[in-house]
Design a protein around this ligand. Structure first.
Ligand code: ZN
Length: 346
């Protein structure tokens, strides 16, 4: 099969389009013909060797995909060749205490697709049957892959963890990111008022198109001060941050009394000095999350198929052009999701 094969860490020149052995299914594995692959920020960390988990070379990265089942192992009972599916990037063991409680997203013995196993930057990918999600009818592979990680992560953060409800106001950082643009739609669907932050004026209109009620440029405007003006001095009940650093501190300062903050990433600053006086006086809760359950993935994909959530696809690229997507990812000069097509445009 063709794949992007990593033989060492480094720049985009390490993303080589080469032949690699096609995976063979083990007893309870399915092999998926990958029709669409998502490009995620964490892929650039894997490429650079910064993910925090070292890879064995040669390595194939890629945490999400959508496609159809090509072959199955003899122990597979739930799926058959031809089924339209997506692998769940959080490869849970299926038997530990947390998996048994139905919170396989905090599995005690997890693998991560494309990080600890070969991933989806390839024409085929292998996962165990307990880590497969069915695609709803009418959902294209491109939409499925564009939706999966951002919408499921936004849903996990806003709805499952921060318990955002009708009538509340939410601050969403980095509305131009995949998770940010998904979070605006999830928050509107939940009936919330959305204040979004963006890093450049060009992203204003797009954030509004997605449903943001207010947009703040964090590079030119004081975010907490503006949020207080927009909320009669009360602040927001919920904030979602995926940036860390100064953006996380802005979000904490913008929270109302009893505010809930969900943090799903920290590429913009991993170490943050928090004023604990403000933290406990305001009764703030800070939740770490970022890996959704399979049931959340199924739920958001159904909402996408129903047209209630719309993934934003920035551009489609052939798999061989993966290096171009990483260059764009690192420039931040895009809005929405980049999708790789391992079998070309169909
Ligand atoms: Zn487990």
């Amino acid at each position: 099969m063709k794949a992007i094969v990593l033989n060492d860490y480094g720049g985009v020149e390490q993303l080589r389009f080469e032949d690699a052995p096609k995976p063979e299914p083990g007893f309870d594995d399915v092999v998926i013909r990958t029709r669409a692959t998502g490009v995620n920020h964490c892929d650039t960390d894997v490429r650079r060797g910064l993910f925090g988990v070292m890879q064995r070379f040669p390595h194939v990265m890629g945490v999400d995909a959508a496609g159809e089942i090509e072959t199955i192992g003899p122990g597979v009972t739930e799926f058959k060749p031809g089924d339209r599916v997506a692998p769940h990037f959080m490869l849970s063991c299926g038997v530990c205490k947390n998996c048994q409680r139905g919170v396989e997203n905090i599995c005690l013995k997890p693998d991560i697709l494309g990080v600890t196993t070969w991933g989806t930057y390839a024409q085929f990918v292998k996962v165990r049957q307990n880590n497969v999600v069915r695609l709803p009818d009418g959902l294209s592979f491109d939409e499925a892959v564009a939706a999966q990680v951002p919408f499921a992560t936004a849903w996990e953060g806003l709805i499952s963890v921060a318990k955002l409800t009708v009538g509340e106001t939410v601050l969403i950082n980095a509305a131009g990111s995949g998770i940010g643009s998904a979070a605006i739609q999830v928050a509107k669907l939940a009936g919330a008022r959305v204040i979004a932050t963006v890093g450049s004026d060009e992203k204003f209109a797009k954030a509004r198109e997605l449903g943001a009620d207010e947009v703040i440029n964090y590079s030119t405007t004081d975010v907490p001060e503006t949020v207080m003006c927009l909320t009669n001095g009360l602040g927001v009940e919920v904030a979602l941050d995926m940036v860390g650093g100064a953006r996380l501190l802005d979000a904490i300062a913008a929270l109302a009394q009893g505010g809930r903050l969900a943090s799903v990433g920290a590429h913009g600053g991993e170490k943050v000095l928090i004023d604990m006086i403000e933290f406990f006086r305001k009764h703030i809760s800070l939740h770490g999350c970022g890996r959704s359950t399979k049931s959340i993935v199924s739920e958001v994909l159904a909402l996408v198929a129903d047209g209630k959530l719309k993934p934003v696809i920035f551009k489609r690229f052939p798999l061989a052009k993966a290096s171009e997507t990483h260059r764009l990812m690192e420039s931040r000069n895009f809005f929405g999701r980049m999708v790789l097509q391992p079998w070309g445009t169909e």
